[in-house]
Write a new protein. Structure first.
Length: 300
């Protein structure tokens, strides 16, 4: 199985490489991923944006260049010594959670980007860590389980663009209110305030999707994802799961927990292809990426 490859334009050198051959994700890999991706950006801006709202980000007055990342819909802003992971703002002129915005002018047209902080988003941390593919791209239909108040959801909204859709499920009514407010300005977000353990409650709202992203931090997370996949994920579609080891078993080593969750996924027609640990951005977290019912998709 392939681990995330690196390169500065790939969000990280090496990442936490390795699939399921035992190497898994190494701490050194995660740090290596941060060198080439957005840790520089996080110091100068993304991290500042996380702690201090709109402070930080790319330095004012600096000549900023934006380059395409190898992941579709994701970009890298380069200015001075600081690089930052960014997404093209679908709602120009407005921040969602106080993140830094960068405007770049080319050929007389201005384009606004939003800094995507890997210290505040597990999906961003996985990209910086060097994952091969997250399968969330322009035009995708995404089911997002554990949407919280919409921080990462808003960047997924940027990525899938006006032709895509993000079905964002959040159980907490307090976070759900914030999510609904985000969706008011972003018409490609469909907020669903429901319990992801019971997908039948929102089956009428969600069509078949291309990708499921899950960050529900529950002991039965694998079962929750598998249950939703049965109803909503296309054969040959992909899943991206953020696993917090302590939420599943706080007494076992994180690597053992990750391996056990991967084995559970295999019993539900879900074939893990790659995983990456999220250090230094998140401790004892990993993101697992794979394909659902791959054999059925090939037969059809």
């Amino acid at each position: 199985m392939r681990g995330g490859r690196g390169g500065s334009d790939r969000g990280g050198r090496g990442g936490s490489r390795g699939g399921f051959g035992g190497r898994g994700g190494s701490r050194g890999g995660a740090r290596g991923g941060s060198r080439g991706g957005a840790r520089g950006g996080s110091r100068g801006g993304a991290r500042g944006g996380a702690r201090g709202g709109a402070r930080g980000g790319m330095r004012g007055g600096a000549k900023v260049m934006v380059e395409r990342h190898r992941h579709e819909g994701v970009f890298i802003a380069k200015g001075g010594k600081d690089d930052a992971l960014v997404t093209k703002n679908m709602d120009p002129g407005f921040s969602v959670y106080g993140e830094k915005r960068i405007t770049v002018e080319a050929n007389g047209e201005k384009t606004e980007y939003r800094v995507w902080n890997p210290f505040r988003s597990k999906l961003a941390a996985a990209i910086v860590g060097g994952v091969e593919d997250v399968f969330i791209k322009p035009g995708s239909k995404l089911l997002y389980l554990g949407a919280a108040n919409g921080t990462t959801v808003s960047h997924c909204s940027d990525i899938v663009g006006p032709e895509g859709e993000v079905y964002a499920v959040e159980f907490s009514h307090r976070s759900g209110r914030d999510l609904v407010n985000v969706a008011k300005r972003r018409t490609n977000i469909i907020p669903i305030v429901e319990d992801a353990r019971y997908p039948l409650k929102y089956r009428i709202l969600v069509p078949m999707v291309d990708v499921i992203f899950a960050d529900v931090a529950q002991p039965d997370q694998a079962r929750i994802v598998g249950h939703n996949a049965q109803y909503f994920l296309k054969p040959g579609g992909h899943f991206v799961i953020s696993i917090k080891a302590s939420c599943i078993d706080s007494t076992a080593p994180a690597e053992s927990v990750f391996a056990a969750e991967i084995n559970k996924l295999k019993t539900m027609d879900m074939k893990p292809k790659e995983y990456v640990t999220l250090e230094p951005y998140e401790r004892d977290h990993a993101v697992v990426i794979g394909v659902y019912r791959d054999d059925a998709a090939k037969k059809s």
